[in-house]
Design a protein around this ligand. Sequence first.
Ligand code: SAH
Length: 375
Amino acid sequence: MSGTPVTLNMSAPTRGARGKPPRHFVDLTPEQRVEAVTALGEKPFRAKQLATHYFTHLTSDPAEMTDLPKASRDTLAAELFPPLLTAARTLQADGGTTVKTLWHLFDGAKVESVLMRYPNRSTLCVSSQAGCGMACPFCATGQLGLTRNLSTAEIVEQVRAAARSLADGEIPGGPTRLSNLVFMGMGEPLANYKAVMETVRRLVAPAPDGLGMSARNITVSTVGLVPAIEKLTNEGIPVTLAVSMHAPDDELRDTLVPVNTRWSVDQTLDAAYRYFQVTGRRVSIEYALIRDMNDHAWRADMLGEKLNARGKGWVHCNPIPLNPTPGSIWTASDPAVEAEFVARLRAHGIPTTIRDTRGSDIDGACGQLAADEEG
Ligand code: SAH
């Protein structure tokens, strides 16, 4: 990837009180927002004004809320828009079209988000947890362990910040909208189910109660927590489901994705197929290609067979060369091996595209920046 990483801003980590983040407007339902506003002595319609500022103008800054009396907006903002995220570092690559932000949360926990602008879309990769409890050995976040779940507002704030910087024209290419969102930052989104689903609801709700994004442009990526996939299947919100497969056989997947010892490859694929049947949404299969570990041609064949055994046209494969994490003995597959792996899947009729590795020069792989700070 092109571009030199630039450190724009550094600040000392803030260590604060343990516990829940302070109350935030985004965590409240529209009814609760009205209650909160009236409890602060304001007229009920102020709730809608605040929602418009937040979700349409993408601001929580009272100085921008010029349709509210000065005293009201200062009180409302102080009470309902406490700062939840502080940008500690910002790294850029690809001529400024890839921007990675390390956020410090109110209690000193750290998470990352990565914004990637393409010619015809802009994708934000968000974190749903500080750290992760899934312990996948090739993943930087997996080595950190789980610190805690993020609240809905802490996730939505990552989205608002990115959408605002796109709207303000801060990313080269002129002002634009955030079109896509992937839960592929730190954490296992389905292990923080409630907050993640509430986030999705805020993202797809039409203005002024949400960002008005399309559910199909939101990807929930999971290690394969089968009961949670089943729950997601019945939500009636057609997000794109991505399953981090990484091996087609239980023996290897037990090592690469330890939760496989709980829900096997077959159980995981059955749940993914059911998701497709009910929602009509094609499922993505993620596969990090690790040299001499999981990149054998026979494993591509086995994956293709297991996918086809369930149905045709229900799945799309996304191999990605491993982004090596510091201290790991594992590395990415040879290009020729990668090409053969892709060719085998395609020969089985599985649509396959190598996933973009943008930002690998800025520790784009999940959790690397936060892991670096810990070290
Ligand atoms: N916990 C969720 C979402 C976060 S990880 C999940 O596992 O799906 C997002 C994707 O990045 C997953 O497919 C994960 O397996 C992959 N990933 C993690 N570390 C990686 C690395 N070092 N190189 C390539 N992909 C990696």
